[in-house]
Design a protein around this ligand. Sequence first.
Ligand code: ADP
Length: 455
Amino acid sequence: MAANMTFDALKQAVQEGTVDTVLACIIDMQGRLMGKRFHARHFIDSAYDETHCCNYLLATDLEMYTVEGYASTSWSRGYGDYVMKPDLSTIRRLGWLEGTVMVLCDVQDHHTHADVPHSPRALLKGQVARLKDMGFQAMMATELEFFLFEKSFDEIRKSGFRDLEPISAYNEDYHILATTKEEHVMRPLRNHLYAAGIPVENTKGEAEAGQEELNIRYAPAMLCADYHTIAKHAVKEIAWQKGHGVTFLPKWHKDRTGSSAHIHQSLWTLDGKPAFFDASDSLGMSALMKHYMAGLIKYAGDYTYFLAPYVNSYKRFQRGTFAPTRTVWSIDNRTAGFRLCGEGTKGVRVECRIGGSDLNPYLALAAQIAAGIRGIEEKLELAPPMTGDIYQAQKAKQIPRTLRDATETLRKSKMLREAFGDGVVEHYARAGEWEQEEFDRVVTDYELARGFERA
Ligand code: ADP
């Protein structure tokens, strides 16, 4: 299921008057949908071919600030345009917005119409193509975790982000009673996404008051990233419609469990055979899978930035919280960075548990595939699995502990420079550096409370 509407069906729906609005969206560096709302008539007459946006959209921060230091665009280069090229295979009717469909767009150079290399969809497209040349496709799934709050986004903002009562009063992990009380948000979410061509498997309560998880069936990598992005957007919009705020911040309170975005992945041959499976291996893992996993583990530091892109992302990595800190693998053990799932079956796969709920799925999946490919190319040997409480495994390698470290490691990554290009690595390293610079400038509530009187 690619999307849920062909271009011809859209034209028909516009003639019949059941669709009047088309959202044409690109994915920005933060993994958000950015774009325009078209009158459907104008879209089917002309904008379906191409439309435009300011090229600062791939050079801003969360606040839309015009950050200096990017080679691709700047005040001195005048902030020109990019082409937004609608990918007509992604048209979806959005049941939660009346008369509205959405189409995702690729981002192209205004003059050459080449894909803009640092645009998230282009980056993932590039790694998917590399895999295809090797005879494989990546099947991936991302789990979305987030918190649902009692109050609305506006009320929470007006309270200075202090009025933060989660929607439920207790840890609701797998809890049916607590999640029944949240069905006014979660049921329309599941049903609208499913109707929009996004194969929702389930939602469940997670390991904290008000924490939710949404699972979507695995799919080819690009589709998986599209699903994640649209689903995250829908969570915010549907919660807003119902008068609630939600957050995908990985750690909104020091005493509350963080939110993650685990990534399940397996390689398949182009004719649909599970290339990670080998019945003769004791765990059912093929040699290819072992090389791929060894690549994921060896290069985890290189790509941690893409799994944890903000200062806050690193607050989630605490021992005893289910968020991993060490780059080792284990068999069905939730304390390691990488967990083997479905061992001994055709569904054998690896789950990377490092990513936070704030990751941009296109960048995260592209970086994981690049590391896996390098593992295959280098025929890396997979170390034996670890067992027990890996938080205690003092000798096991750690992921970078701060955004500063992760950005530095990204900048030095030969593997990612070869996979993505120097320009792309520099672009995102600048983004990480900027987040740190901004954080370093502010004075926090914590510093005031700790030092105002006593320092
Ligand atoms: P768990 O509950 O142990 O996390 P699930 O069975 O819920 O595991 O699966 C988690 C995710 O893994 C789901 O989104 C599912 O679609 C995905 N998945 C299942 N099989 C594969 C596979 N072969 N490759 C990639 N992802 C897969």
